[in-house]
Design a protein around this ligand. Structure first.
Ligand SMILES: *Cc1c(COP(=O)(O)O)cnc(C)c1O
Length: 410
């Protein structure tokens, strides 16, 4: 038997049926029409946003990094809950605008922005987080052609990274942002060229579960923003402090306690350098806002034996939920929290089982030697923490299976 990650605290069962947002998993499948199905509970997202606002300083803007989950009905609800969207492609920009987010509160970060993406962003009046000097030059040319002063922030590749972070995106040579020692020169250049300089975007990493690592990273980010602004000789309108708030996916993980982060950030902002006095501050979170709200429901097609091991074969797989198979940004495969939705809370069987998807590849494992109640054909398997980097971050076209259904509730 191998352990699994903790089931998020929002879920319970009633008469052996997993409840999501107060509804039984089986009736949600009926409502959606079939499995495989992602259910997203907006009640959980709203609770996360509420908890975050309570913990963080009042003036801090909360942005949603929408690559975590760009499902349009969810985006439409998010637009009313958060203060801005961070997009990572022209496609996401279009979705953000369709969701009703004010372009003044949309920023676009990501390497390799094409000219058509720069054009759409400048035309919409959204902010470009510049990844390089070359991108700055192309944006300025496009702005001149459109007769619009582009809104440009400088994405800085910081000279530190987020400790204990799952995916490091700062510190050392990176394809993201401009090295800190060239950032001030670039800010001056875009201002002299007539652009509207929007400030700094400093994203140092993702998926941290240690509040102290995030506290340290935020303090270093504010200090770096102050130092760079002094170098420019101008106050940045906005400092985007990045994100990094992680989720407890795996055995032994504990949910991030955000309260000490908010307390430390409030005092860091109170004692900030004079040059940042008039600046606004934002954080951008993806997975932390939406990840716990999602459950992937997939039906058992077959239960079979091989050399004394039991394999539970389901109608979903890594083509919908790549991360649970251990093939999305993790080095060692570990079990996401998983349950039999229609036998929820029932004692596990003596023997552990391996839950595999329907793809003809040995990497399509959704639960490795997990302790589940006795499983039969037709049962519903629930995989938790499926609200972020699930449907949109998985190789949907692989093997030609149908797309997953997605249902927003709450
Ligand atoms: C992906 C990304 C995020 C969101 O990361 P999470 O780990 O989902 O919170 C935020 N900012 C930038 C720049 C990103 O690339």
């Amino acid at each position: 038997m191998k352990p699994m990650g903790p089931i998020p605290p929002h879920f319970s069962g009633e008469d052996g049926m997993l409840l999501i947002g107060g509804c039984g998993a089986a009736s949600l499948v009926d409502e959606a029409g079939d499995t495989p199905l992602f259910v997203y509970d907006m009640g959980i997202v709203e609770a996360q946003v509420r908890a975050l606002r309570q913990a963080m300083p009042d003036a801090l803007a909360i942005h949603y990094a929408m690559k975590a989950n760009p499902h349009p009905p969810l985006l439409a609800r998010m637009a009313g809950l958060v203060d801005g969207f961070d997009v990572a492609s022209g496609g996401e920009l279009a979705l953000a605008l369709e969701a009703g987010m004010d372009p003044a509160h949309i920023s676009f970060a990501g390497p390799g922005k094409r000219d058509d993406e720069l054009t759409a962003t400048i035309h919409a009046g959204a902010t470009l987080n510049l990844e390089s000097e070359g991108e700055a030059r192309r944006a300025l040319v496009i702005g001149r052609r459109l007769g619009i002063a582009p809104k440009l922030a400088i994405r800085v590749n910081p000279d530190f990274d987020l400790k204990g972070s799952g995916m490091r995106m700062g510190g050392g040579a990176k394809p993201f942002g401009v090295d800190a020692d060239r950032a001030a020169a670039l800010a001056r250049m875009v201002m002299e060229a007539g652009a509207e300089w929007r400030g700094w975007h400093i994203f140092a990493g993702s998926q941290a579960l240690d509040p102290h690592a995030i506290i340290e990273m935020q303090a270093a980010t504010i200090a770096l923003a102050a130092r760079l602004s002094e170098e420019v000789g101008a106050a940045p309108p906005l400092v985007n402090l990045g994100g990094g708030f992680g989720l407890a996916y795996f055995p032994g993980d504990r949910r991030l306690d955000i309260r000490p982060i908010g307390t430390a950030l409030a005092s860091a902002l109170e004692s900030r350098a004079d040059i940042l006095r008039g600046s606004s501050f934002a954080i951008e979170l993806g997975r932390w806002l939406v990840g716990e709200a999602g459950v992937y429901l997939t039906r058992v097609i077959d239960v079979k034996q091989s050399m004394g091991e039991t394999f539970v074969v389901v109608d979903g797989g890594l083509h919908h939920q790549l991360a649970a198979s251990g093939n999305f940004g993790t080095v060692v495969r570990r079990n996401y929290p998983i349950a039999v939705a229609n036998r929820f809370g029932i004692e596990p069987a003596q023997e552990a089982v391996t839950v595999v998807g329907c793809l003809c590849t040995p990497i399509d494992r959704l639960g490795d030697k997990v302790a589940l109640p006795p499983v039969a054909e037709g049962d519903l398997i629930a995989i938790f923490l499926a609200g972020a980097y699930g449907a949109s971050a998985s190789p949907n076209a692989f093997l030609g299976h149908p797309l997953p259904r997605q249902l927003l509730i709450g």
